[in-house]
Design a binder for this molecule. Structure first.
Ligand code: CA
Length: 391
C-alpha cells in the first residue's frame, strides 16, 4: 500500500494552549489528547507520543499485542511522572494508535480520541469511546446526537497516566485501495457530526487539504476544544480494484478489547443480569475461603475474574474493581480495573458510605452502568446541592 498523510493540530477558539499531540512515523500514526490542566495535559500527551516514538522498534504488525505494549509503556512513563512531580498530579491522556500493516490496519486505543475508516463514502468508527456517555448510548439510554451535547460527554472512564496499568483495546481491520483513515481528538467529534465529517472527507481528496478543512469546520462550529486531525490515504500501486460491487455493505467490525478482559461473563447483555446471576454470592465467598484454605489459587482467581464492584481507591476516586471488597483472612481479593475522575466527595453524603463499602455487581458492563448512575447523581448534587432521597 502507498500511504499519503495529512495532519493538522489546532488550539481551537476557546482554549489558551493545545494539549493534543500526534505522531506520524512511517507506518505508525498516533493522536493523544491530554488532560489535567495547561501544562500537565500537554506533558501527558507529548510524553505518550515521545515514549511510543522511542520504542517504535518493538512494534510489529505480525503481533498487534506489541502495539498494546507500546501504549502500556507510555502509560507507565506518564504515571511515574505524575507521581514524582506534584505539578503534574492528576494528568492523563487518551491515545489512539494505528499501525498500517500491508492490507490491514491494527488499532490500539484508550480514551475518547477516535479512529475511523472511510470507504465508498461510508465512515466507520473503529474505536469505542471509553466515556460514560458512550456506555449510555450502548445501553440505549442516550441517542448518539444526545451524547454529543451531553454535559458529561468529556468524562472518560479510561486514560493513560491514571494508574500503573491500563487496559488497551486492540482491533484490526482490512484495508483496500482507496480507503482513507482518520484519527482525531474529540475536539473534532464534539463539534461536528459524523455526516459532516464524512462529507468533508469525500469533498476534499488531498489529505492535507482534508485535514485543514475538518479543523476549519470544527472551529467554525465553535472551536471549543483543541482539535487534531490526522488523515492516512491508502492506495495500491497497481490498479487492483477488482470486484467493488457491494463495498458499502460491509459491516463495521466491533472493536474487540483484549488484555485483562475477564472473559464471557463481562460480555453478557446488561438487561437480564439479575435473573441470570450465575453464582450466589455466599457460594462465591465459600469458594474463595475453600481456595485459600486449600492453598489453591485457581478458584480465588476465578472469583477475582468473575465478580465486580464499584468502590473507592486510595486517592478517594470512584473506581471499578474486579473481585470482592471484603478481605478474607486478611487477604485482599480485588484488582482495580478502571478509575474515574469522580471523587467520593462529589457524591451526596447519603450515598458515600455505600460506595465506600463497595457496590457489588455482576459484570464490568453493570459496573460501568453503576458508575454512570453515580455520575448522574454527582451532577445533580453539584447543581442542586441537595438531592433529597436521591431517587
Ligand atoms: Ca479534547
Amino acid at each position: 500500500m502507498n500511504i499519503s498523510v495529512g495532519v493538522k493540530s489546532d488550539v481551537g477558539r476557546i482554549r489558551s494552549g493545545n494539549e493534543d499531540s500526534y505522531l506520524t512515523n512511517d507506518l505508525i500514526f498516533v493522536v493523544a489528547d491530554g488532560m489535567g490542566g495547561h501544562i500537565a495535559g500537554d506533558v501527558a500527551s507529548s510524553t505518550a507520543v515521545d515514549t511510543i516514538k522511542e520504542h517504535l522498534g518493538s512494534a510489529s504488525g505480525s503481533d498487534p499485542e506489541t502495539l498494546a505494549q507500546l501504549i502500556r509503556h507510555a502509560n507507565v512513563t506518564i504515571w511515574e511522572k505524575a507521581r514524582t512531580d506534584a505539578s503534574l498530579t492528576g494528568m492523563g491522556t487518551t491515545c489512539t494508535l494505528v499501525y498500517v500493516d500491508g492490507d490491514r490496519a491494527h488499532v490500539a486505543h484508550v480514551g475518547d480520541s477516535r479512529a475511523y475508516r472511510l470507504r465508498a463514502g461510508a465512515l466507520e468508527q473503529l474505536t469505542e469511546d471509553h466515556t460514560l456517555v458512550a456506555r449510555m448510548v450502548k445501553e440505549g439510554k442516550l441517542s448518539p446526537a444526545e451524547a454529543m451535547h451531553h454535559p458529561q460527554r468529556s468524562i472518560i472512564t479510561r486514560a493513560l497516566g491514571v494508574d500503573s496499568d491500563v487496559r488497551v483495546d486492540l482491533t484490526s481491520v482490512e484495508l483496500r485501495d482507496g480507503d482513507r483513515l482518520l484519527l482525531c481528538s474529540d475536539g473534532l467529534t464534539s463539534m461536528i457530526d459524523e455526516d459532516s465529517i464524512a462529507e468533508a472527507l469525500e469533498r476534499e481528496q488531498e489529505p492535507q487539504a482534508a485535514a485543514n478543512l475538518l479543523v476549519d469546520l470544527a472551529n467554525e462550529a465553535g472551536g471549543e476544544d483543541n482539535v487534531t486531525v490526522l488523515i492516512v490515504d491508502l492506495s495500491s500501486g497497481s490498479a487492483a480494484g477488482g470486484s467493488a460491487s457491494s463495498e458499502a455493505a460491509s459491516p463495521p467490525p466491533p472493536p474487540e478489547p483484549v488484555g485483562t478482559d475477564p472473559g464471557p461473563a463481562a460480555a453478557a447483555p446488561v438487561h437480564v443480569v439479575r435473573s441470570s446471576r450465575r453464582w450466589p454470592r455466599w457460594l462465591m465467598v465459600l469458594l474463595v475461603i475453600a481456595a485459600l484454605i486449600a492453598g489453591g489459587f485457581l478458584a480465588a482467581r476465578y472469583a477475582l475474574d468473575n465478580s465486580w464492584f464499584v468502590g473507592v481507591d486510595e486517592d478517594d476516586r470512584i473506581a471499578i474493581y474486579s473481585g470482592i471488597p471484603e478481605e478474607i483472612a486478611g487477604v485482599q481479593l480485588k484488582e482495580k480495573q478502571e478509575v474515574t475522575p469522580m471523587l467520593l466527595a462529589d457524591l451526596p453524603e447519603f450515598k458515600q458510605a455505600g460506595v465506600r463499602d463497595g457496590i457489588k455487581v455482576d459484570s464490568l458492563d453493570e459496573a460501568q452502568t453503576t458508575v454512570g448512575n453515580l455520575s448522574d447523581l454527582a451532577q445533580d448534587f453539584a447543581r442542586d446541592g441537595n438531592t433529597g432521597d436521591g431517587t
